[in-house]
Write a protein that binds this ligand. Structure first.
Ligand code: GLN
Length: 451
């Protein structure tokens, strides 16, 4: 624990943490030590980890990286973190993220951008860790934490894992409880895990997952013993490569790493098949209607009355306006405007309802594809990490970065990103493995065969 606390202090330049909780970790370590002595160790007994600052932690500042939650210390614990402490994990701190998890580069945080521990060869400008769970990914990549929690709405675990050269899994929607996780888009949000290896992720996710009566979308299914079977191999599996994922302008090194991944799996006994996901091109526009719609509704609760920031005005309406105007950053305000627009009476049918119908088509594509394969292999992102500051004034360019992660999110499917190699500039590239609903096991096995 002390070595990890020193690493945390040595890497403050990364800005990976919003709140450090070394004293809490030391306290938890005492309990862990005595439980270990008594032979009562939990799954994660004594392991120092980090928590994305979107999970509520009792009496510990929880910000969602937003000014609007200034000073918010939740009176209750999220179900996922409660489970982690129950399994003996030690809390190093709360990690930085894009404000309310909206972003792909961790540059929209009120607490400033996170930088990746990686830099491109021959360049000394910082690159982004990806987003929105950028602080968690950077903390694991920089060897500050052994593992970290993230949340993934449209790629926020898989893409930062790819950018930082580590492993990240978004389980099936409903596998981990969302209770006490600050909401972005409730039909898509899903907690998941970052680790240095597939095996670490399997162990960590086992500790996080499971039914929770406090979350009506959490699934009442047993949590499999993933960690014991990650090494099961891919012999006889059919791995699908979706032809629609060869997008225009994708750098050739991404195409190459994808083919390389397929050939590694083939060499280990898998069969590679081409599949089709015909509605892929509609996934980004669909996501960027549904996610902002749900966000605009979820964010209505930040009114300056109940918690966090209050900027007083002459009357109640002005207090609302001032608080929300000052409390939310530009990207969050953009999403609220898009969301309220697509939900408004005159446009609901044309945008929101249409997007829901297309979402169903996208999910059906996957169901059909899984008749021909056991898992789907794709690049995680269409490029390696870019410089901090790039794409900042072009929100659409930023949204395009989610092209490979968003379709499976809309379908609620599990997906893992594993490190697969380096770009010409010496930055990590990741491959994504998408599985059938509740089949994280296959994601782990295929991921393990690649890493
Ligand atoms: N980049 C996507 C967005 O900005 C996904 C974010 C996420 O998964 N939380 O909405």
């Amino acid at each position: 624990l002390e070595a990890h606390i020193s690493a945390l202090a040595a890497h403050r330049d990364l800005n990976a943490f919003i709140t450090e909780t070394a004293d809490l970790a030391r306290q938890q370590a005492k309990t862990a030590a005595s439980r270990l002595q008594r032979g009562e160790a939990g799954l994660l007994e004594g392991l120092p980890i980090a928590i994305k600052d979107l999970f509520c932690t009792t009496d510990v500042l929880t910000t969602a990286a937003s000014h609007i939650l200034d000073g918010f210390k939740p009176p209750y614990e999220s179900s996922v973190t409660r489970k982690l402490w129950g399994e003996g994990a030690l809390c190093l701190g709360k990690t930085n993220l894009d404000e309310f998890a909206m972003g792909s580069a961790n540059v929209t945080s009120y607490y400033g951008p996170v930088r990746s521990p990686w830099t491109a060869v021959g360049d000394n400008v910082a690159v982004v860790p990806g987003g929105s769970s950028g602080g968690s990914a950077a903390a694991v990549a920089a060897r500050i934490a052994l593992a970290a929690t993230g949340t993934d709405t449209g790629g926020s675990i898989r893409q930062p894992a790819a950018f930082c050269g580590i492993t990240g899994i978004k389980p099936t929607y409903g596998r981990c409880s969302r209770f006490g996780v600050i909401a972005f888009a409730s039909s898509l949000d899903q907690p998941g895990a970052f680790g240095r290896s597939v095996e670490d992720c399997a162990l960590f996710l086992e500790a996080m997952a499971g039914y929770d009566p406090n979350d009506s979308t959490s699934a009442d299914l047993p949590v499999p013993d993933w960690k014991s079977e990650v090494g099961g191999g891919v012999k006889g599996m059919r791995i699908g490569l979706p032809r629609e994922y060869r997008v225009d302008g994708m750098p050739s090194e991404i195409e190459q790493i994808w083919q390389q991944g397929a050939s590694w799996l083939k060499a280990q006994g898998a069969e590679i098949v081409e599949i089709s996901l015909p509605h892929t091109k509609y996934a980004l526009p669909t996501y960027y209607i549904i996610a902002p719609a749900e966000a605009s509704s979820n964010l209505a609760r930040y009114d300056g009355m109940r918690f966090g920031l209050r900027v007083p005005g002459k009357n109640l309406a002005e207090t609302y306006m001032k608080t929300r105007g000052e409390g939310f950053g530009a990207e969050v305000r953009r999403r609220i405007m898009i969301g309220t627009y697509v939900l408004s009476a005159g446009y609901y049918d044309a945008y929101y309802l249409k997007a829901q119908k297309v979402r169903r088509r996208i999910a059906d594509d996957f169901t059909q594809a899984f008749e021909h394969c056991d898992a789907i292999l794709t690049p995680t992102a269409p490029s390696a990490a870019f410089r901090v500051g790039d794409k900042m004034d072009d929100p659409v360019a930023m949204y395009l970065n989610d092209v490979f992660t968003v379709p499976s999110s809309l379908a609620g499917l599990p997906g893992i990103s594993v490190p697969a190699g380096l770009s010409a500039s010496g930055l990590p590239l990741g491959l994504q493995v998408i599985g059938r609903p509740w089949d994280e096991m296959t994601c782990f096995k295929v991921g393990r065969a690649i890493e």
